[in-house]
Design a protein around this ligand. Structure first.
Ligand code: HEC
Ligand code: HEC
Ligand code: HEC
Ligand code: HEC
Length: 440
């Protein structure tokens, strides 16, 4: 019975994932219909209840959680603070709360003629920034006879589907052609962006996933979400690399696409060492390949030969960046096509408890080869380890003692990452081995 459900799901995912690579972007889908504003969702009998409702499909207190705990609710307010004022001054863009480049990610910056009467820019990243314009579904969606599919057909964004969710989150958390973050913005003092789909989905949730959710929306799988997030982010990097407008600034490629610490590190540290994942020599600026690197581990339980192909094509891309722009574009397009072929397979794969060990083994093997010299990859490894630890816990095979040890080792891994300027790959490798040693 369960197996049938999985098989069916796999087909659905293949179709959806295929569709996700069509011309429409997440941002275009989110902005397809009029946005009515957070006030249209926050009535106490809608999503503004103070306590969870008992007989409803959803808790209905989502607004209260978002407003109190979710940084998205304060994203516009951030643009009024001193850091934002300083960033805006250095960039010479005037008031940050009026600059489109900032509003694109810190608010629901849909075109003015698509804003409903109760819409307010100051609501920040509101409900419709993620769930899509409610124009056509607001009235109908509360009726119990209406299915999730009915809502999606009317423009509700499928946040439940990992490929689509990744595309949505990354539009702000990595930057895409639609909403671009540049090295100039970073240079003015914007924090470096880093993202991992599964970890970030569970940092401030206003939703609960359980039997009932699975029945309505399909089987939830955190490890699969991690895997899909890596593939979509890697694909986005390649899309930006080959985009003449987003990927290039004057004679330089857009530096935000490169490993920050390749340039930003202490000159006297003498820290360089070879990495098989790049094949590059010393003194070369390298693309930020953290997601490409992780995507190989994603493939460990799915298709080992494909993982080897991704490695080989990633090395070819790194090499091409030392040759010419046209070689780089060709290598990026080749690798993009490979990812396009693999992503549906990953999105449809039922990562079960038996997948966790091959993933950890693959991650650790790379550690021994010195692959996590770069901070950005180590950061992704820590978030992957977190996803795996949660999956072990959910599998119900850990006793309280074991859970405690595993959690403590995970904290140890994050500890090594606390200060990015003093990052030590050796300490990271040791902490990772310690975690693996206590994994089931
Ligand atoms: C419209 C842009 C936008 C979209 C879409 C978006 N985010 Fe964000 N997110 C932001 C901004 C901006 C912040 C920082 C808010 C602040 O502190 O001002 C943020 C902050 C966060 C944080 C807090 C990070 C921290 O360091 O504590 C999490 C977690 C997060 N987002 C998860 C997600 C997830 C998961 C998705 C996709 C379902 C998503 N976001 C979609 C713009 C966005
Ligand atoms: C591509 C999307 C994007 C753009 C463009 C963008 N931001 Fe951000 N910004 C984010 C995200 C995402 C975060 C949260 C990072 C995290 O915590 O992971 C953030 C964080 C910040 C923070 C730190 C917030 C905190 O709580 O520490 C400030 C300040 C900020 N942004 C200001 C700006 C300003 C000013 C602009 C315009 C020049 C701008 N941002 C443009 C996505 C963006
Ligand atoms: C940063 C993106 C983001 C924002 C902003 C956001 N949501 Fe969500 N929401 C999600 C994600 C991701 C899920 C979980 C996946 C799913 O159920 O589709 C979710 C789930 C939900 C659910 C549960 C659906 C279910 O079937 O169990 C409701 C209801 C909901 N959101 C309402 C709201 C409301 C109301 C707001 C504004 C106050 C809001 N959301 C703001 C991303 C967001
Ligand atoms: C190719 C090398 C290179 C890469 C890669 C690179 N930067 Fe830079 N960065 C520079 C240069 C050059 C400057 C300008 C220094 C100056 O103005 O004195 C700079 C300036 C900065 C500054 C301002 C520092 C200051 O003292 O005001 C910040 C912050 C910054 N970069 C962050 C980042 C982040 C985050 C990344 C990765 C997303 C990144 N950089 C990637 C070369 C690089």
């Amino acid at each position: 019975m369960r197996r049938c459900a999985f098989a069916l799901l796999a087909i659905v995912f293949v179709l959806r994932a295929g569709a996700a690579f069509a011309a429409t972007s997440a941002v275009a889908e989110i902005e397809a219909h009029r946005h009515l504003g957070v006030a249209s969702c926050s009535n106490s009998v809608c999503h503004g209840a103070s306590q969870p409702f008992r007989d409803s499909n959803v808790a209905q207190n989502e607004f209260a959680i978002w407003q109190e705990f979710d940084p998205h609710a304060k994203a516009y307010q951030t643009l009024t603070n001193a850091t934002s004022a300083s960033i805006a001054r250095k960039l010479g863009i005037g008031d940050a709360t009026k600059a489109k480049i900032c509003l694109d990610c810190h608010a629901d910056s849909i075109a003015e003629d698509k804003r409903g009467e109760r819409f307010q820019l100051s609501d920040g990243v509101g409900c419709e920034s993620c769930h899509g314009g409610a124009e056509l579904w607001l009235n109908a969606h509360a009726d119990r006879s209406v299915t999730h599919a009915d809502n999606v057909a009317k423009g509700m964004y499928p946040t439940d589907k990992p490929v689509e969710r990744a595309e949505l989150c990354l539009s702000c958390h990595m930057g895409t052609k639609d909403r671009m973050i540049t090295h100039r913005i970073m240079g003015a003092g914007h924090p470096r962006l880093s993202f991992e789909l599964d970890t970030f989905t569970w940092l401030n949730p206003h939703y609960k996933i359980g039997e009932a959710w699975n029945k309505r929306k399909g089987e939830w799988n955190g490890v699969r979400d991690w895997a899909v997030g890596q593939g979509v982010a890697a694909g986005n990097l390649l899309d930006l690399v080959v985009d003449e407008k987003a990927g290039w600034q004057g004679i330089f490629p857009e530096l935000v696409l490169f490993d920050c610490h390749a340039c930003h590190k202490v000159m006297s540290a003498n820290r360089w060492g070879p990495r098989q994942g790049t094949g590059l020599g010393p003194g070369v600026v390298r693309l930020n390949d953290a997601n490409l690197l992780m995507f190989r581990h994603v493939l460990a339980p799915v298709d080992k030969a494909a993982a080897a192909r991704v490695l080989e094509q990633t090395r070819a891309l790194h090499k091409a960046t030392t040759q010419s722009r046209s070689d780089t574009f060709a290598a990026a397009r080749r690798l993009r096509a490979t990812l396009d072929g693999l992503l549906p397979q990953v999105a449809g794969f039922a990562y079960g408890p038996e997948s966790l060990d091959p993933i950890l083994a693959s991650i650790e093997a790379d550690a021994k080869r010195g692959e996590y010299r770069d901070y950005a990859s180590a950061e992704q490894v820590a978030m992957a380890a977190q996803s795996v630890v949660v999956a072990f816990e959910n599998d119900g095979k850990l006793d309280a003692e074991k859970t405690k040890t595993l959690r403590a080792r995970l904290d140890g891994l994050y500890d090594v990452l606390k200060n990015e300027d003093a990052y030590s790959p050796q300490r990271f490798t040791t902490a990772l081995a310690a975690l693996r040693a206590v994994a089931p």
